[in-house]
Design a protein around this ligand. Sequence first.
Ligand code: G50
Length: 483
Amino acid sequence: MAMNEAKLLSSEAMVVHLAFLPSAGLGHLNPCLRTAELFLRHGCRVTLITPKPTVSTAESNLIALFCSAFPSHQLTQLDLNLSPLDPTQVNTTDPFWLQFEAIRRSVHLLPPILSSLSPPLSAFIHDVTLISPLLPVTGTLCFPTYICFTSSARMLAFFAHLSVLAARSPGAKPCSFIGDAVEIPGIAPIARSSVPPLLLEPDSLFERIFMEDSPNLTKLSGIFINSFEELEEDALAALNDGRVVPGLPPVVALGPSVPCKFEKASSSKNCSGSIMKWLDEQSAESVVYVCFGNKTETRKEQIKGIANGLIECGYKFLWVVKLKKVDKEEEEELEGVLGNELMRKVEEKGIVVKTWVDQMEIVGHPAVGGFVTHGGWNSLVEAVWHGVPILSWPHNGDQKICSEVVQMCGVGIWAEEWGWGSLETVVNGEEIAKAIKEMMSNVSLRIKAKEMKDAARKAAGIGGSCEVKIKRQIEEWTVEEGS
Ligand code: G50
């Protein structure tokens, strides 16, 4: 049956039905699920297509929670059983990037799934890492296609503008056509040292995907992003008025992503009661929260420096330690790395956890007064949402470009001289303690963070920019379907 005919015959024709396809790692899964939840809350029907098997347990747990939070007439979950990927064919050993590639190579499995959905799809929304392989698929099926961009508007501007630079130097690689800084109209220059390291590595998988996808952004119907005007006014304006790349589709700022119903339902289970009880006993804004995301393992040679810094800084702390990239492999004990003596001192002053925590709940606790983070975009926006000052320590990828965003709007500091946390020099305890003290005692930082929190709450509140944009988007799809 032709698609239009199906729409006319279906009594549910005016229901907006969206399919979401997330990618690997919480940094990609979370924005996708939170965007899906926004549309579900506004009455849309959602089909969530989940690539299986997932890389980490944290991802499969989150998917299960999300699915159990909505009734089956609103949300359907379908598996995308990935074709096995021969790792020797791919230029990476990173399990998350291997999964990105495995999903890219499995998109041929999608057409039968997507075309059989009922009511027919109003739009297909997928992760940023899947752009080019999906274009022929969605093109044939005639769905408007959107991406969930999983980073800042500043990073999106960089990603989009690279196609302009590449077109000026045909055949050249980013490592040669990117100079000392990337100048993008309307956006503060991005230094070469802030560019994701793998983009400067010729023929890395990241470079290949990034460069293949960048020119294809203009073929999408729209880009959803977890940001808002007050946080990234200049970048959002430059993206939307054609200065970054002519012909870019609308960049719809749906942020800040707020803690969702499905995540809240899980908090009592995930966040162990003892952590929250300990936080309850601490005075307001007195605790430093340290966490480098769900897929950044801390190098063994850096662990002692962090432990010493935390002991020296004089504040209580809650430290989430990851010694392995993938949670399933985490078995080593911290004590083995720190030694008995240091471990004992650490435990006198703070709490160390190795398990997945409900970060939103922790960052939002009144006792937390500062957040030492790897500068992952979701973590930064969560800190902004709760008005908590940030000390960023970018480890890889887009994290420097994102750290610059919070630094520029005055809600965070960034220890630029530390370089890339997982690649460059080991930072000693003294320096770490100094930076933490600066974050915890800087009054202007705390005031700015509170102001940005108010702006964030307004954007996500009733009648705020997020709601206005969601309603406008749904209306657009409804009109398209009705016509
Ligand atoms: C993951 C990662 C490194 C990295 C990024 C990751 C980003 C995010 C935006 O998400 O930069 C982005 C990802 C892929 C892409 C374009 C943009 O093709 O490990 O830098």
